[in-house]
Design a protein around this ligand. Structure first.
Ligand SMILES: [Mg+2]
Length: 233
């Protein structure tokens, strides 16, 4: 039952991310206020994102293209080029947003590094994730970094086999039930849910009610104690 490897999600687990999407969505709604109600726009945008994720993957570039597509749809192809330009600018601004670490992120990683193989496992645009990791100053703490196109049970099984002793001896820690917790559990590993106030609707999932490898923590400050408790059996 011993855990030897711990994987951390990045966005909204170690640093703020979703807040920049929400701010841009607000700008998107303002730009298209003459054409559609805010609720309707949000719904249409989420539909476009879900439709497109298989083509573009996760991240800001795909989000920007989905905003443009939605703008064209809701205006029945009348959206001015100046609005498209603003949407592109908003997306580019997101690619420059500063890194703001979440409370306890650094100390939680420092507490387990050395005793465990510590991995960063994130999905999204490759360049953007590399930029954020570099700016976070956390890069040196990880034994491995994996930027993947999606987080499935097979992806976790492969990563934990390659870097560690298999998923059975690995824990994934993150704010997304759908991407971090449930697929890690399904792969045979441990899943620790650290909710964030802002989580993209796509990432929602049903928390397991009775699973001995599932844990939920209020924040990362509680992670070292959980890991120590599990090590003591
Ligand atoms: Mg996340």
């Amino acid at each position: 039952m011993t855990i030897t490897t711990i994987g951390f999600d990045a966005d909204d687990t170690l640093w703020q991310n979703e807040q920049f999407f929400r701010m841009t969505e607000q700008r998107f709604a303002e730009l298209l206020a003459d054409y559609a109600e805010r609720d309707h726009l949000e719904e249409r945008l989420l539909e476009a994102e879900r439709r497109n994720v298989g083509h573009y993957g996760f991240g800001i570039k795909g989000f920007t293209l989905s905003m443009i597509e939605t703008a064209i749809e809701v205006t029945e192809e009348r959206v001015p080029a100046s609005v498209i330009r603003e949407l592109i600018a908003a997306g580019q601004e997101m690619l420059r947003h500063p890194i703001e670490l979440l409370p306890h992120a650094r100390e939680a990683i420092e507490a387990v590094t050395g005793d465990y193989r510590v991995l960063l496992i994130t999905k999204g645009d490759l360049l953007d994730q590399e930029r954020k990791l570099a700016q976070s100053g956390l890069g040196e703490l990880f034994d491995g970094v994996e930027i993947v196109s999606d987080k499935t049970p097979a992806v976790y099984a492969e990563i934990f086999a390659r870097h560690g002793d298999g998923a059975e001896k690995a824990m994934m820690v993150g704010n997304s039930l759908r991407s971090d917790v449930l697929p890690a559990l399904e792969a045979g590993g441990w899943g620790t849910f650290v909710p964030h106030d802002l989580t993209w609707a796509y990432e929602h999932g049903e928390a397991p009610t009775d699973h001995d490898r599932f844990h939920e923590l209020a924040d990362l400050g509680a992670l070292p104690d959980l890991v120590a408790r599990l090590a003591d059996g």
